[in-house]
Design a protein around this ligand. Sequence first.
Ligand code: HEM
Length: 263
Amino acid sequence: MTDAAVTYASYLKIDELLALQEPRSSGPEHDELLFIVVHQVYELWFKELLHELDRVRQWLESDESHRAQHTLKRILSILKVMVAQLDILETMTPLEFLSFRERLEAASGFQSDQFRQIEFVLGVKSQAAIDRFPEGSRARVALERRYREPTLWDAFLRCLSREGYVVPPSHLERDVSAPAEPSPEVQQVLLVVYRDDPKNAELCERLVDLDEGIQEWRYHHVKMVERTIGAKRGTGGSAGAAYLRETVGRPLFPDLWEIRSLL
Ligand code: HEM
């Protein structure tokens, strides 16, 4: 007996995929399908982004920074699509959202473990984010692993050090679960990179693009939240837009922003 030939539907598991959208509102309300689809698409992009971020870190660990740069370009293209995608959900009016909002109960993007994983790889780590997930769950295991792993920034500094730059040992051997603090010593290294090393300076610029791209997503998301639910509390239990506003504009790679004033 031969296996059935691979088809578009069998390869991509289309039947399974199309069965994954289950509105909770009665009717169901027209806009709930859009809400579910947009969130599911985001989770797929988050998955792909993590896949590529891991790749960039590996390229840096094996001193193949030209390849890291190539993968970063892909990441930036994905991020642009992710930011633009919020426009689609913004076509939903406050009343259209209210038609099914209460059926979300406490569900919120705040609980997206993949979003937290992306933050962890980029250096925004917290034990509290891990503790929200049940012991032994897929989400918690993944977050615990990433909590212990070096961040993208750690990998970049180690790569610079192997290339001969004098990165302080305190940065190379730091506790990788702690937030990366701005460092005048690292900034001195980066100033030399920007002045004399076009290859690594280019890589730094792509990291700034990535930092800016994440901030753009946060900004666009909070604006969407403000126009959809105003100052109401979030379904995830936070103060809503007021909480989200605090997260906008916090750089991932503070040293790369600091040196702009020093160049
Ligand atoms: C009408 C659409 C949306 C509204 C009204 C909304 C509202 C909110 C609110 C109020 C929060 C704060 C946490 C809370 O208390 O719930 C939040 C957080 C969050 N949302 Fe949304 N959201 C929407 C769409 C989306 C979409 C499409 C995504 C994509 C995955 C998303 C991802 C997130 C993430 C990752 C957080 C956590 C942000 C952080 O902690 O820094 N949201 N959202």
